[in-house]
Design a protein around this ligand. Structure first.
Ligand code: ARG
Length: 497
C-alpha cells in the first residue's frame, strides 16, 4: 500500500479513516487534478531551466508526469489517506521512479502555492465557460428582440400596468443586465489569471526559481507578486462568487417573470413542455418547474458565496487550512450558475410568446395616461403637474373622454377649459393607442422602433466584441498548454514515440 510521503517525517501514529476523511480535500480535488499535472510539469521544467535539478533528474521526472497527462490519473491517487491530490501525485511519482529523482519534484514549492495555482487554472477555464454560456443567453435575447420590435406589451412598475412598451425593450433590458454580468466575470478573470506558483509556503524559497517562467508556461498573464498574499488570499474566488451571485439574481428575476407570464391569468408566454412538469394529482397542470428551480439555484449560489466569505473572514496571514473548505464552494457556485445559464438559453429560445395577449393588455389600466397628460401639455401649454392632475382625476371618474377631461379640468380650476381648442376626441383616441405612445418614445434606449433597432445593432456589436474576448483567452490558454506539453516531450524524446 502506497504511503503518504508527506507524513513520513514529522508525524507518527495511525489515523482513523474518519480522521483522514475529515482532513482530506480529495473529493473537491478531482476538480483540480488535471491542473495539478500541468503545475507539476511546469515546475519541473523551471527547476531544470534554473539548474536547480540536473537534466538527468528531469528526464526521470517528466515521463511519469506525461503518462498521467496522457492516460489520466489512476484512481488510487484519490485515496483519502493522501490528504490531497498533490500528496497523492507526489507519492505516486516517488513510487514509480524512486525517491532519488521523485523526491526532488517538490523542491522550492509548497502545497500552499500549488493548490492556489491549481484553483486559479481551473477557475479561469470555468470562468470562460461561464462567459460563453452567458454570451449565448444574451444572443438569444437579442435574437428574440429582433422578432419583437413591434410587439406591443404593457410595461409594469409595482407589477401594475404602467406604460406600453414592446417585448424587444423588455428583453433588451435583461440583455443589458447580463452584459454587465459578463463584464464583471471578465474583470474577475484578470485577477484570477495570475500565478501564485513559487510563493512556496508563503515566503518563497532560497532556490533560484523563476516565477515568471512558470507563469508563462501555465498561460498566466503574470504573477501574484507578494508571496504571502499569493498563498493566503482567495478574494479572486470571492469576487467571482459575488459576480455569480449578481448574475443569478438577474437570472432569477427573469425566471420569476417567466413564471408570472405563464400563469393562466397573464398568459404572455407558453414554455416548451420539456421545461415544465405536471402534477401527480391534477391532470391539467403544466408547471414552469425549470424556471422555479433556476430561481432557487440563486439561493444555492448565494450559499456558496456566503460559505466562502465566512471562511476567509478572520483568517490571520498567511495560509490556514480553513482555505481548503472554501474551494468546494467555488466549484458548486460555478456549476449551479453554468447549468442554469445553459438551460436558460433553450428555455428562452423554445418559448412561445403570445403577442396577441400582450397587445390586448398593452393599453389596459389606463397605461397611456402619461401620453395623454403630455398631449395636454403640448396642446394647451399647461404645466405637466396640472395636466397630470387633470388626467388623474379623469381616471378616477372612469374614462378619458374629452368630456370627462373637461369636467376634471374644471374641478381643478374653474378657469380652465379644454373645449374648442386644439384637442378633439379623435386626437385623444389616437393618443390612447398603445402603439402610438410607444412610437413617440424615441429617446436613446427607448421602445420606439428606431431606438430599438439602433439598440439591437449596438448590442450585436458588443456581442461580437465579447465573443472575441473569450476566443482570445481560450486560444492563449490552449497555446500555452500545447507549448508546455511539447517542451516537456522534447526533454524526453522517447516519450514522443
Ligand atoms: N489541500 C490543501 C488545500 O486545499 C492544500 C494543502 C496545504 N496543506 C497544508 N497543510 N498546508 O488548501
Amino acid at each position: 500500500m502506497r504511503t503518504d510521503v508527506v507524513r513520513l517525517g514529522r508525524l507518527s501514529g495511525e489515523r482513523t479513516g474518519e480522521m483522514m476523511k475529515f482532513l482530506s480535500s480529495m473529493r473537491a480535488d478531482r476538480c483540480i487534478a488535471d491542473a495539478d499535472i500541468l503545475v507539476d510539469i511546469a515546475h519541473v521544467l523551471m527547476l531544470d531551466k534554473q539548474k536547480i535539478i540536473d537534466r538527468e533528474i528531469t528526464k526521470e521526472l517528466i515521463p511519469p508526469l506525461l503518462e498521467l497527462f496522457d492516460e489520466g490519473i489512476p484512481e488510487e491517487v484519490f485515496d483519502d489517506r493522501f490528504e490531497d491530490v498533490h500528496a497523492g501525485i507526489e507519492s505516486l511519482i516517488i513510487e514509480a521512479i524512486g525517491a532519488e529523482a521523485g523526491g526532488r519534484m517538490h523542491m522550492g514549492r509548497s502545497r500552499n502555492d500549488e493548490v492556489a495555482t491549481c484553483i486559479r487554472i481551473k477557475l479561469r477555464e470555468d470562468l470562460l465557460k461561464q462567459m460563453s454560456a452567458l454570451l449565448k443567453v444574451r444572443e438569444v435575447l437579442v435574437a428574440l428582440s429582433e422578432q419583437h420590435i413591434e410587439t406591443v406589451m404593457p410595461g409594469f412598475t409595482h407589477l401594475q400596468h404602467a406604460q406600453p412598451t414592446v417585448l424587444a425593450h423588455h428583453l433588451l433590458a435583461y440583455e443589458q443586465l447580463f452584459s454587465r454580468d459578463f463584464d464583471r466575470l471578465k474583470e474577475a478573470y484578470a485577477r484570477v489569471n495570475l500565478s501564485p506558483l513559487g510563493a512556496a509556503a508563503f515566503a518563497s524559497t532560497g532556490y533560484p526559481i523563476n516565477r515568471e517562467y512558470t507563469a508563462t508556461l501555465l498561460g498566466f498573464d503574470g504573477v501574484a507578486a507578494n508571496t504571502m498574499d499569493a498563498v493566503a488570499s482567495r478574494d479572486f474566488a470571492l469576487e467571482t462568487l459575488a459576480s455569480l451571485s449578481i448574475l443569478m439574481t438577474n437570472t432569477s428575476r427573469l425566471c420569476e417573470e417567466l413564471v408570472i407570464w405563464s400563469t393562466s391569468f397573464v398568459k404572455f408566454v407558453s414554455l416548451d413542455d420539456a421545461f415544465c412538469s405536471t402534477s401527480s394529482i391534477m391532470p391539467q397542470k403544466k408547471n414552469p418547474d425549470t424556471a422555479e428551480i433556476m430561481r432557487a439555484k440563486t439561493g444555492s449560489v448565494f450559499g456558496a458565496f456566503t460559505g466562502a466569505f465566512v471562511t476567509v473572514k478572520g483568517l490571520p496571514m498567511s495560509y490556514n487550512r480553513d482555505l481548503q473548505e472554501l474551494t468546494p464552494h467555488i466549484w458548486r457556485g460555478m456549476r449551479d450558475a453554468k447549468e442554469s445559464l445553459r438551460l436558460l438559453v433553450d428555455m428562452l429560445s423554445s418559448a412561445t410568446f403570445d403577442t396577441e395577449r400582450m397587445r390586448e393588455e398593452a393599453a389596459r389600466g389606463f397605461s397611456t395616461a402619461t401620453e395623454l397628460a403630455d398631449t395636454l401639455v403640448r396642446s394647451y401649454g399647461l404645466p405637466f403637474r396640472t395636466a397630470h392632475n387633470i388626467v388623474g382625476r379623469a381616471v378616477k371618474k372612469g374614462d378619458l373622454s374629452l368630456t370627462t377631461l373637461e369636467e376634471a379640468a374644471k374641478e381643478l380650476d374653474p378657469g380652465l377649459s379644454l373645449m374648442g381648442k386644439a384637442l378633439t376626441q379623435a386626437a385623444i383616441d389616437e393618443v390612447l393607442e398603445a402603439q402610438y405612445s410607444v412610437s413617440l418614445r424615441k429617446a436613446t434606449g427607448g421602445p420606439a422602433p428606431l431606438a430599438i433597432k439602433i439598440a439591437i445593432g449596438e448590442r450585436k456589436k458588443q456581442l461580437d466584441a465579447d465573443s472575441c474576448v473569450i476566443d482570445e483567452k481560450l486560444a492563449k490558454l490552449k497555446r500555452a498548454k500545447e507549448d508546455l506539453i511539447a517542451d516537456a516531450r522534447r526533454l524526453v524524446p522517447l516519450q514522443a514515440e
